[in-house]
Design a protein around this ligand. Structure first.
Ligand SMILES: [Zn+2]
Length: 213
């Protein structure tokens, strides 16, 4: 896990306005290999083991992740559609896209790729990839990421959570998305700039409005 990602992580129990504090026990090349992420609000300590931050509320639960999206040149498409091939910043992948995290990081070496999955997949935290385990989508501050890529397949809750993580000027990439997903994108205040087949690109054009609730 990238050391500075701590600034963006939030407590899955307390919500996106509650940040975490890092107690690093082992750091290598600015990546935390082992340590703890603590919430000052509810006092939960989440472990970082083998470079993977485990923010699961119930690690014992056998939660099955969604089916991996198998699509040709998926990593290449994610990098191209994000517009961030030569840029710095954070790009978030959901559980169905997490398997191409390393490929994305190789194609865009200045990006830090964040993958969030509900269950471990045997991958360790590698160069350019921060792996987070969490059932909660997503334990990250809102409106701060330059790109978020998801494969919702009708999961409007996922679309809404992903859209809320996109910074002003940032992009939401959708794969395996249907009409109901695109409707949710618009409802979330993003503008769809391209859509073909199940793939779409949306942008957050302006500063997000602060909700009343
Ligand atoms: Zn908390």
């Amino acid at each position: 896990m990238f050391f500075q990602l701590t600034d963006l992580l939030t407590c899955p129990r307390c919500g996106p306005t509650h940040g975490l504090i890092l107690l690093a026990q082992q750091v290598k090349d600015r990546r935390v290999q082992r340590g703890w992420l603590g919430c000052p609000h509810c006092r939960t300590d989440y472990p970082v083991t083998d470079g993977v931050a485990d923010l699961r509320l119930d690690p014992a639960a056998d939660r099955q992740p969604g089916p991996l999206l198998e699509e040709e040149d998926l990593a290449l498409k994610i990098v191209a559609l994000s517009g961030l091939a030569e840029e710095r910043g954070y790009l978030l992948l959901d559980e169905r896209l997490a398997h191409v995290a390393d490929a994305v990081a190789r194609l865009a070496p200045d990006l830090e790729v964040i993958s969030v999955k509900p269950a471990p997949d045997g991958f360790r935290g590698g160069r350019g990839v921060s792996r987070i385990l969490s059932e909660v989508r997503f334990p990250l501050v809102e409106y701060r990421l330059r790109a978020v890529a998801i494969a919702p397949a009708g999961d409007q809750e996922l679309v809404a959570a992903a859209a809320r993580r996109v910074a002003a000027g940032g992009r939401l990439l959708l794969f395996d998305a249907g009409d109901v997903d695109l409707k949710e994108v618009k409802a979330s205040g993003l503008v769809i700039v391209a859509a073909e087949g199940g793939t779409a690109v949306a942008e957050r054009k302006i500063e997000p409005k602060v909700g009343l609730g």
